[in-house]
Design a protein around this ligand. Sequence first.
Ligand code: AMP
Ligand code: GLY
Length: 403
Amino acid sequence: MKILVVGSGGREHALAWALHRNGANQILVSSGNPGTAEFATNTTGDPVEIALKESVDLVVVGPEVPLVNGIADVLEEKGIPCFGPSAQCARLEGSKWFAKEIMAEAGVPTATGKVFTDHASAVDYIGEYPDKFVIKADGLAAGKGVYLPNTRKESDAIIEELFRNGSGTVVVEQRLSGREVSVLAVCNGTDAVVLPPSRDHKRVYDGDMGPNTGGMGAVCPPPDIPFDFGDDVLEKVILPVLRVMKARGTEYRGVLYAGLMITEYGYFVLEFNVRFGDPETQAVLPLVKSSLDQLFLAAARGKKLPPVEISDGASACVILASGGYPGSYSKGKEITGIDKVDSLVFQAGTTERNGSLYTAGGRVLGVTALGEDLDEALENAYRDAELIEFEGKHMRRDIGRTV
Ligand code: AMP
Ligand code: GLY
């Protein structure tokens, strides 16, 4: 098959790698990175035009923005199968409140929430209990739209800032506490298969300290999650959402990512994403033994999904970031040592010049290793993460060790 992967980060490198792995597919990437260029064709320009010009058999969309903007709808009109949901379905990520409405209709467990369109009512609702609530910007916020205030001063300032930024709609929900886990489901509109559960680590420093990032590492499966957890999430979360979306006239085809929190009262959905997680994908896909091309194509076409075979053991991905990220950081530092490692190295913020590789972003590389168990996977990943060097390299040392 000829497959176009849309995106240019570590997640897309992992997707392109997994789709290329069995050797039968020709992979194009829009726009890709130096890592994908090693085995695929990086392209520039509008992905829909590339898909048409190259007569691809399938488009696999990595990031949420093109999905929310309707790339799947445009491709469908042109008759090109797209693994990624329609704009209407992508609202599950594009609007926190829409997701809440769908969850209520589908009977999916989630934190109690309320939507506000004016500043005063939101401030009034939170009142003297800011630490009991979470404040969320309704729209896409590139992972930066969720706030956990501790004081009234903080919550007032957050709400004011959100409305001043033109957010227009703010969701306030009950704050839960517990362990987090991500479940990725490949959906064909009516049915789904779940991939093994994973966990990412969003804070920049060890012990879950410091600001949130796009993700500093991920493990699959998390050691404290029961083996059949995904089956339960399939029944209680994924399939009910697919039924509601279908009843609303639009079938969900693509990955549905449920971000869950396991509390003492059971698990609750914190968020949906309408795409693969980054860096969860870099940890999950290396454990999937079956070929993903047929799975994604079947999902895109609304056909019966082939079974998915998963390797035994575990996987760990450690992100190497530029010092200072997620704040300001410098770029253009030479990266050395990738040739010394056995792990999979997925590139994210890199650029190539005269045959050498340089840093070009906050999250630079994801080092993924497998093992018979998580300890072994982590040992392998950290050994290799140490061998790769660039000035200012930062990584967390406790991936897979905290929840
Ligand atoms: P989201 O972008 O919705 O995944 O939220 C980002 C992070 O905020 C999650 O991974 C949680 O750590 C936290 N979060 C979101 N919703 C809640 C909630 N209701 N209670 C506690 N933490 C939350
Ligand atoms: N790793 C979290 C996300 O992709 O949204």
